[in-house]
Write a protein that binds this ligand. Structure first.
Ligand code: DOR
Length: 442
């Protein structure tokens, strides 16, 4: 596969910014959407490549705002090359990656290293968080480009854990960039780990790191955000209690996200897939699934992230609690959500908003998240006419498994386009494609 500088997509059902699907052609030049019309004249340009998209839906490419891609330092689980291939297959055209790599991303130098690696390896666009530590390095406020500050209030050992209120208060009080929190109360988790020590059934994970642990941390983050009117994002919200809190008390400068697994899986998954279902924050009850869904439909929860956190099958095969928490997600998230749309639980336009438009808005990523002239040509053509199962042998993530294996899904990406380049087509990734570093407006 080569990289084309101009491209025409013919007769796709285009999702327009007004939320309507209308059939038309899209012309792309130099990485940008040039024009959109019911029929563009032929031939447009001798060098144009044409894609016949009859019967397919064209959506803005997915922006996954929470992934853990493991490079540098943990490349036996995943690296930026395999992770970005997995993104391309999943229709994910941009990602925001977390700082718990080795070394931790807490300085300009470690950020620059990631950016450089990504520029060589990623076939999709990339952005990175900077991690907060108790040291309160000046880089936390100064390093660039970053999409925000990540605080692990719980579920993290080592220097990235910041769980004491005076320290958190200090971080919230300084600067103005977005703060994204992993909200679990570490002290409560510590006590409950002792209380439940010796139990090896992974289902105990959801009781140790219980709903109360998540709620208490979210309450604290919300309190500090209100004190300083500081932009706050609650990562992977998992409980009914947090959703209800946000329904009644969510300032305009606060956003929240949910993962497909917290919507679609619950504690019954431990019986079928054991430690593969173990993640932080843990899977919850069917009641939590239901309340989170309603909060998403009502706009209380703003968008969707996968928290793609791959571990090898060997690591996952260790007995609980030695088994690591986390599951992959970038390859299946769009198809999972579009399957929900196909089944009438939400609309295709809502899925595109939750997985692209609303993310670009919250993280202030210019020119992304919509199909309109002048926007970057980050696009995905999906097929909602056929169903195909999630199969282990198809997984491109280095970890080589999915918690959704065997699920029959529709809405799989047929063609993924990043900056006007076709990066995924006919089941294959184009190794010549390159992503770009994302920009974040202040
Ligand atoms: O389950 C999880 N695993 N949750 C996180 O937030 C991070 C993570 C990881 O990096 O493995």
């Amino acid at each position: 596969m080569t990289v084309d500088s101009s491209l025409v997509i013919r007769q796709a059902q285009i999702l327009h910014p007004d939320g309507e699907l209308r059939i038309g052609d899209v012309q792309i030049e130099d990485g940008k959407i040039q024009q959109i019309a019911p029929h563009l004249a032929l031939p447009l340009n001798n060098s144009s490549r044409e894609i016949d998209a009859t019967g397919l839906i064209l959506l803005p490419g997915v922006i996954d705002p929470q992934v853990h891609f493991r490079e540098p330092g943990l490349e036996h689980k995943e690296d930026l090359f395999t992770a970005s291939y997995a993104c391309a297959r999943g229709g994910v055209t941009s990602f925001l990656e977390m700082p718990n790599t080795r070394p931790l991303t807490t300085t300009q130098a470690t950020l620059d290293d990631k950016l450089q690696r990504a520029s060589k390896k990623c076939v999709v666009n990339y952005g990175f968080f900077i991690g907060a530590t108790a040291e309160m390095l000046p880089d936390l406020l100064e390093a660039n480009p970053v999409c925000g500050i990540k605080i692990f209030m719980g579920s993290m050992h080592g220097p990235l854990l910041v769980d004491e209120e005076p320290l958190l208060d200090k971080i919230f009080s300084q600067g103005s960039r977005l703060i994204a929190v992993h909200a679990e109360n570490q002290e409560r988790i510590r006590q409950r780990r002792e209380q439940f020590a010796g139990i090896h059934d992974p289902a105990i994970h959801s009781q140790i790191q219980d709903n109360q642990a998540a709620l208490e941390a979210t309450q604290l983050a919300l309190k500090l955000s209100k004190k300083y009117q500081r932009r706050l994002h609650i990562l992977h919200m998992s409980t009914a209690e947090e959703a209800e809190l946000m329904r009644h008390d969510k300032p305009a400068w606060v956003t929240c996200e949910v993962t497909p697994q917290h919507l679609l899986l619950n504690t019954s998954a431990y019986e079928t897939i054991g430690t593969l279902a173990q993640m932080n924050p843990p899977l919850r009850s069917p009641y939590d699934n239901q309340v989170l869904w309603q909060a998403l439909l009502d706009g209380v929860i703003d968008f969707i992230a996968t928290d793609h956190a791959p571990h090898t099958l060997e690591e996952k095969a260790q007995e609980y609690p030695n088994s690591p928490s986390g599951m992959p997600g970038v390859e299946t998230s769009l198809a999972l959500m579009l399957t929900q749309a196909a089944q009438g639980r939400c609309t295709v336009a809502q899925v595109a908003n939750w997985m692209s438009t609303a993310v670009a808005k919250a993280y202030r990523i210019p020119n992304k998240g919509a199909i309109a002239p002048g926007y970057d040509a980050d696009l995905v053509l999906v097929d909602l006419n056929n169903y195909a199962p999630v199969r282990r042998e198809d997984i491109l993530s280095k970890c080589g498994w999915s918690p959704f294996e065997g699920w029959s899904l529709t809405g799989w990406a047929k063609v993924t386009i990043v900056g006007g380049q076709v990066v995924y087509e006919n089941g294959k990734v184009n190794p010549q494609a390159h992503g770009q570093a994302l920009r974040f407006d202040l």
